[in-house]
Design a protein around this ligand. Structure first.
Ligand code: UDP
Length: 237
């Protein structure tokens, strides 16, 4: 798998199915895998922050979350031709876990959010084994690590925002049981139904950013990372 580079940050060109098939073989070989979402905002921050860049680049899969990386790949005639969003990746992995009998652990978000997310996931995939849940406000890291290991989870989703969740994963992965680790930001809030995703129309045309901007105008500052990133990339050619 040849990764693409944007200002020193690697991005995996694989789509959902390719990632799951690759992951599945890695699980069979007892190898651990990590998934991290990449967007223009992160690339711009990581360009100047070596630690963040190294954290992203050391993941197994850096998924192109959002339209920005997709446009960048088109501009550079790369091979990324679809978005792989964090929340959809998690959904595919839940289905995969339910189909294959892998055990899932949800760690992060507020207690009522992770509880509700777990119930909704069970409704959606009745076969799924949710081996355990833990909210993201437990201070004692040892307690969390033991809970995950005792649950014998195979897939761990950590929802504590970026890069906090990724730093947590890197720190503890060596002594954790799961084989698959994904940092999923606010995704438990989405599964719980507390945060609505953009309607299908916006998603289909890659306009999720516009919908979110209309709902939350203060996102403008964060979203300006997208044009800034594309302009920078254009002149870097
Ligand atoms: N959160 C947490 N523990 C903390 C701080 C935050 O579990 O100490 C959770 C918070 O409840 C929310 C998520 O992390 O569910 C934050 O998601 P955010 O939207 O900030 O992440 P992003 O998707 O922007 O990375």
């Amino acid at each position: 798998m040849e990764k693409e580079q944007y200002f020193g940050v690697s991005v995996s060109p694989l789509n959902y199915e390719e990632i799951i098939s690759d992951l599945s073989s890695r699980m069979a070989r007892n190898e651990k895998s990590t998934i991290i979402a990449v967007n223009p905002e992160k690339v711009i921050t990581a360009e100047k922050n070596e630690e963040l860049r190294e954290l992203i680049n050391s993941a197994t899969y850096q998924i192109p979350d959002g339209i920005g990386i997709l446009l960048a790949s088109k501009m550079k005639r790369g091979n990324i031709n679809s978005r792989v969003t964090g929340v959809d990746m998690m959904d595919r992995l839940l289905k995969f876990a339910a189909d294959e009998g892998h055990r899932v652990f949800l760690y992060g978000a507020k207690p009522e959010v992770v509880q509700k997310a777990s119930e909704k996931i069970k409704e959606k995939y009745p076969e799924i084994i949710i081996a355990g849940i833990q909210d993201g406000y437990e201070k004692d890291e040892e307690v969390v690590v033991n809970k995950i290991n005792e649950a014998k989870a195979d897939l761990l989703f950590v929802a504590m925002g970026s890069p906090r969740q990724e730093l947590w994963i890197r720190k503890h992965m060596g002594h954790l049981h799961p084989k698959v680790y994904q940092g999923v930001g606010g995704s438990f809030d989405v599964f719980a139904g507390h945060v609505k995703r953009a309607p299908a129309f916006y998603r289909k045309f890659g306009l999720e950013w516009l919908y979110r901007l209309m709902k939350e105008p203060k996102r403008l500052k964060r979203q300006l990372a997208l044009p800034k990133f594309l302009i920078k990339l254009f002149f870097a050619k």
